[in-house]
Design a protein around this ligand. Sequence first.
Ligand code: HEM
Length: 233
Amino acid sequence: MRGYSAPDSGRLTRLFSSSIGSKLLMALTGLGLLGFLLAHLTGNLLVFSGADAINEYAGWIQDHPKLIWAMRLGLIGIFVLHIALAMRLTNENKSARPTRYQIDATVKATFASRYMLMTGILVLAYVVYHLLHFTFHTIDTGSMGLKDAAGHPDVYSMMMASFTNPLVSLSYIVANLILGLHLWHGLGSAIQTMGWNNPAFRSVATPVLRALPILIAGGYIAIPVAIWTGVIS
Ligand code: HEM
């Protein structure tokens, strides 16, 4: 006999320990990271509006420590979960024993997951490099940690000093191209995972999720390129 059944937390656990559940959570954490990338890009593009605009924005961030710490902790949690799930899915793909008819699909899946793992590791290395550079100032490319006349962090001078150095600019251009490739492939899988049985969702989401990696990588790359070539000076 079927009686009352309390909300089943076991069902959720089972969903997320299944392969499709992991993929779903992977897609959701990826979309969370995408939200950060868009917000961060929007802030950074203020450099095109001049020193005051970007430094005021950096000052606003500094004046809202609680909000920023909540965002940082959320971001770290999402990032760690995304990496842990990536490792689990890669292991699952490796240990899947293909039958004769599944060989083609498995080879494709293994290639995709290896490719995502490689580009993912490079993006992780880039984030570490980037934090050591712009957040902790361990990598000193000049004008680090200065304040402007209004007392805001002088992010503008820091970016100018960094990206007039061709090596630093090149490292950011290459790293953001790799980020773009990771997003391109990752968002492609997210469309499949989240919309595999929903054609209406696919038709709306596909063009948006296809344009985003180009806009994001292009937007981030525009900053070092514009400073290096003197468009922003
Ligand atoms: C040209 C590209 C980029 C520029 C110019 C840039 C610039 C900056 C700057 C100036 C900061 C320090 C903000 C501050 O402490 O006041 C920062 C922090 C950060 N950036 Fe970027 N960024 C770029 C791309 C990226 C990308 C692609 C990612 C992720 C993949 C990223 C992730 C972060 C993170 C996680 C922080 C630390 C945020 C925090 O302190 O909470 N950045 N970035």
